[in-house]
Design a protein around this ligand. Sequence first.
Ligand code: ZN
Length: 134
Amino acid sequence: MKFGYVSWLPQTELVSKFIEELKNKRLMGTQCKQCAAKYLPPRAHCKCGSHEMEWFEAPKTGKILTYTLVTFGPESMAKYAPYIIAVAELDDGSRLLAHITGVTPKTLKVDMRVQVVSHHVTEDRIVYKFRPTE
Ligand SMILES: [Zn+2]
Protein backbone atom coordinates (compact mmCIF):
# COMPACT_ATOMS: atom_id res chain seq x y z
CA MET A 1 0.00 0.00 0.00
CA LYS A 2 1.27 3.45 -0.91
CA PHE A 3 0.31 6.86 0.36
CA GLY A 4 -0.78 9.78 -1.76
CA TYR A 5 -1.96 10.39 -5.28
CA VAL A 6 1.68 10.18 -6.26
CA SER A 7 4.51 8.91 -4.08
CA TRP A 8 5.85 11.96 -2.35
CA LEU A 9 6.67 10.22 0.90
CA PRO A 10 9.56 7.78 0.87
CA GLN A 11 8.33 4.28 1.67
CA THR A 12 10.01 3.95 5.04
CA GLU A 13 8.97 1.83 8.02
CA LEU A 14 7.49 4.99 9.50
CA VAL A 15 5.34 5.63 6.45
CA SER A 16 4.29 1.98 6.28
CA LYS A 17 2.99 2.13 9.83
CA PHE A 18 1.24 5.41 9.10
CA ILE A 19 -0.51 3.81 6.11
CA GLU A 20 -1.49 0.69 8.07
CA GLU A 21 -3.07 2.88 10.75
CA LEU A 22 -4.82 5.01 8.15
CA LYS A 23 -6.37 1.86 6.68
CA ASN A 24 -7.76 1.24 10.16
CA LYS A 25 -9.07 4.81 10.19
CA ARG A 26 -6.54 6.08 12.69
CA LEU A 27 -4.57 9.23 11.95
CA MET A 28 -1.14 8.79 13.51
CA GLY A 29 1.67 11.31 13.75
CA THR A 30 4.92 11.53 15.62
CA GLN A 31 5.76 13.81 18.48
CA CYS A 32 9.22 14.83 19.64
CA LYS A 33 10.05 13.75 23.19
CA GLN A 34 12.40 16.71 23.60
CA CYS A 35 10.41 19.73 22.41
CA ALA A 36 6.92 18.23 21.93
CA ALA A 37 6.65 19.31 18.26
CA LYS A 38 4.08 17.25 16.38
CA TYR A 39 4.36 15.96 12.82
CA LEU A 40 1.58 14.91 10.51
CA PRO A 41 2.42 12.94 8.38
CA PRO A 42 4.99 11.45 10.78
CA ARG A 43 8.68 12.25 10.65
CA ALA A 44 11.56 10.32 12.11
CA HIS A 45 13.57 13.40 13.06
CA CYS A 46 12.54 16.65 14.67
CA LYS A 47 13.57 20.07 13.47
CA CYS A 48 15.18 20.57 16.93
CA GLY A 49 17.67 17.82 16.05
CA SER A 50 16.16 15.14 18.26
CA HIS A 51 15.57 11.62 16.95
CA GLU A 52 13.49 10.65 19.96
CA MET A 53 10.03 10.54 18.50
CA GLU A 54 6.93 8.79 19.74
CA TRP A 55 3.61 8.03 18.06
CA PHE A 56 0.45 9.87 18.93
CA GLU A 57 -3.05 9.53 17.58
CA ALA A 58 -4.37 12.79 16.15
CA PRO A 59 -8.05 13.72 16.42
CA LYS A 60 -9.91 13.39 13.15
CA THR A 61 -11.88 16.57 13.53
CA GLY A 62 -10.88 20.18 13.26
CA LYS A 63 -11.60 23.41 11.47
CA ILE A 64 -10.43 25.00 8.24
CA LEU A 65 -7.72 27.61 8.61
CA THR A 66 -7.11 28.39 4.98
CA TYR A 67 -7.70 26.89 1.55
CA THR A 68 -6.89 27.34 -2.06
CA LEU A 69 -8.66 26.38 -5.25
CA VAL A 70 -6.32 24.59 -7.63
CA THR A 71 -7.45 25.04 -11.21
CA PHE A 72 -4.34 23.71 -12.91
CA GLY A 73 -2.63 21.16 -10.74
CA PRO A 74 0.64 19.40 -11.31
CA GLU A 75 0.41 16.85 -14.10
CA SER A 76 -0.20 13.91 -11.76
CA MET A 77 -3.16 15.74 -10.23
CA ALA A 78 -4.57 17.33 -13.39
CA LYS A 79 -7.37 14.80 -13.72
CA TYR A 80 -8.70 15.88 -10.32
CA ALA A 81 -8.69 19.63 -11.14
CA PRO A 82 -10.31 21.87 -10.20
CA TYR A 83 -9.92 20.80 -6.58
CA ILE A 84 -9.50 22.47 -3.24
CA ILE A 85 -6.53 22.05 -0.94
CA ALA A 86 -7.08 23.12 2.65
CA VAL A 87 -5.12 23.46 5.85
CA ALA A 88 -7.07 22.50 8.94
CA GLU A 89 -6.25 22.87 12.58
CA LEU A 90 -7.18 19.63 14.29
CA ASP A 91 -8.70 19.65 17.74
CA ASP A 92 -5.31 19.00 19.37
CA GLY A 93 -3.74 21.97 17.57
CA SER A 94 -1.93 19.91 14.90
CA ARG A 95 -2.10 21.23 11.38
CA LEU A 96 -2.84 19.11 8.39
CA LEU A 97 -2.84 19.85 4.67
CA ALA A 98 -5.24 17.87 2.49
CA HIS A 99 -7.66 17.78 -0.36
CA ILE A 100 -11.22 18.68 0.69
CA THR A 101 -14.32 17.22 -0.94
CA GLY A 102 -18.03 17.64 -0.38
CA VAL A 103 -17.78 21.43 -0.69
CA THR A 104 -17.61 24.02 -3.42
CA PRO A 105 -15.63 27.29 -3.37
CA LYS A 106 -18.99 28.92 -2.52
CA THR A 107 -19.87 26.74 0.46
CA LEU A 108 -16.38 26.42 1.88
CA LYS A 109 -15.55 28.85 4.68
CA VAL A 110 -12.72 29.46 7.09
CA ASP A 111 -13.59 27.93 10.50
CA MET A 112 -15.83 25.32 8.89
CA ARG A 113 -15.75 22.08 10.91
CA VAL A 114 -14.28 19.16 9.02
CA GLN A 115 -13.44 15.55 9.61
CA VAL A 116 -10.46 13.65 8.31
CA VAL A 117 -11.39 10.56 6.35
CA SER A 118 -9.19 7.97 4.72
CA HIS A 119 -9.85 7.42 1.07
CA HIS A 120 -8.62 4.74 -1.33
CA VAL A 121 -7.60 6.46 -4.56
CA THR A 122 -6.92 3.13 -6.21
CA GLU A 123 -6.59 -0.37 -4.80
CA ASP A 124 -3.05 0.23 -3.62
CA ARG A 125 -3.13 3.94 -2.86
CA ILE A 126 -4.59 5.65 0.13
CA VAL A 127 -4.86 9.30 1.13
CA TYR A 128 -6.58 11.26 3.85
CA LYS A 129 -8.86 14.11 2.98
CA PHE A 130 -11.26 16.52 4.62
CA ARG A 131 -14.98 16.46 4.47
CA PRO A 132 -17.37 18.89 6.17
CA THR A 133 -18.93 17.46 9.35
CA GLU A 134 -22.33 19.10 8.86
ZN1 ZN B 1 11.99 18.43 18.87
